[in-house]
Ligand binder design. Structure first.
Ligand SMILES: NC(=O)c1ccc[n+]([C@@H]2O[C@H](COP(=O)([O-])OP(=O)(O)OC[C@H]3O[C@@H](n4cnc5c(N)ncnc54)[C@H](O)[C@@H]3O)[C@@H](O)[C@H]2O)c1
Ligand SMILES: O=P(O)(O)OC[C@H](O)CO
Length: 323
């Protein structure tokens, strides 16, 4: 059977390369016709994953019907487009959701959006510390695969695992999704600290206190603490908060250097999910009575609602409290 990948950005292309590593066919759905042509003609995706020679068994397509004979579909669109692409996907096939975010307008996690859009398709979530270009090069990577149906989860884990790519199975779908969505917002905060020259102590503080926010929010939504402390939560938080390879961290760095959010977000081709998730997450946290001061600060900066110095001072001046 061939694997299907929906979305040919950096991560979808890297996952197609991963799935093709056992020599089997992969169908890669791309939005842009020029990506379809480049993958099929030149075996590359210069738009989203440059400098990687793609496997000959990857066949790109712009027609979702070409994925109907796949045994699983990896869904790798930006979170805000997941509903639309899943609605077009062939029905009934296992969907492995690889996007990280919360849907604006509904506040739904990706598994809930996919369930709405394709009620007959079983769902799993693949999330963890995984920079696309490293996976595409075959560098060692571990990731959470969350699925409520344990048998299906085990089958999917065996199908996705490769010698240098280790999925760890969980049945905590919500926990895996919340970790991936929240860490993107916290990575923006760490980028701000880098751009503003606040130092490494500040970054460590943001990672730790950000993790406390992720945990409070996750527990309030029914996630398990060990999932939030695992690859899809803390693991991904540490990765994304420590490298300009992260689009979210880089966006924050620009904010910290004094650039406006509007300028940084205008006309970008690649997705910085944290910018879309931040206001939805803030509203959900407020509604649940969960304090998320770092997330609130990121929202203020993204909305250009307050000067950087004022946002930093307000965070530092919060009442002292037990850890
Ligand atoms: N890049 C990574 O290293 C990485 C790793 C893990 C998870 N993810 C997650 O994967 C998801 C996709 O990110 P990416 O890095 O592959 O994307 P990307 O930033 O490399 O590319 C943008 C993608 O958005 C798609 N797109 C733009 N407009 C669209 C529309 N109207 N409808 C459908 N698709 C549209 C483009 O076709 C392209 O596939 C995100 O949720 C991201 O958080 C990314
Ligand atoms: O580049 P980012 O910030 O979207 O991060 C990519 C992945 O989510 C890292 O696991």
């Amino acid at each position: 059977m061939k694997a299907g990948v929906i979305g040919a950005g950096a991560w979808g292309t890297a996952l197609a390369q991963l799935m093709a590593a056992d020599g089997r066919d992969v169908a890669l759905w791309a939005l842009e016709p020029e990506v379809v042509d480049a993958v099929n003609g030149r075996r590359e995706n210069p738009l989203y994953l440059p400098c990687i020679a793609l496997a000959p068994t990857i066949r790109a397509t712009g027609a979702m019907t070409d994925l109907s004979d796949c045994d699983l579909l990896l869904v790798v669109s930006p979170a805000q487009h997941l509903r639309a692409v899943v609605a077009q996907a062939p029905a009934g096939l296992p969907l492995v959701l690889c996007s990280k975010g919360i849907e604006a307008g509904t506040g739904l996690l990706m598994s809930q959006v996919a369930q709405d859009a394709q009620p007959s398709s079983p769902i799993a979530v693949l999330s963890g510390p995984t920079f696309a270009h490293e996976v595409a090069k075959g560098l060692p990577t571990a990731i959470t695969l969350a699925c409520e149906d344990r048998d299906l989860g085990q089958r999917l884990a065996a199908r996705i695992a490769r010698p240098s790519f280790r999925p760890y199975l969980s049945d905590d779908v919500i926990g895996a999704e919340i970790g991936g969505a929240v860490k993107n917002v916290l990575a923006i905060a760490c980028g701000v600290a880098e751009g503003a020259g606040l130092g490494l102590n500040a970054r460590a503080a943001l990672i730790s206190r950000g993790f406390a926010e992720m945990t409070r929010f996750g527990l309030a939504r029914g996630a398990r603490a060990e999932t939030l402390g695992g690859l899809s939560g803390l693991g991904d938080l540490v990765l994304t908060c420590s490298s300009t390879n992260s689009r979210n961290f880089s966006l924050g760095k620009g904010l910290g250097e004094g650039q406006s959010a509007a300028d940084l977000l205008a006309n970008r081709r690649t997705v910085a999910e944290g910018a879309h998730t931040a206001p939805v997450l803030r509203d959900a946290a407020r509604a649940a009575g969960v304090e998320m001061p770092v997330v609130e600060a990121v929202c203020a900066l993204l909305a250009d609602a307050a000067p950087l110095g004022q946002v930093i001072d307000a965070l530092l001046a919060r009442p002292l409290r037990p850890e």
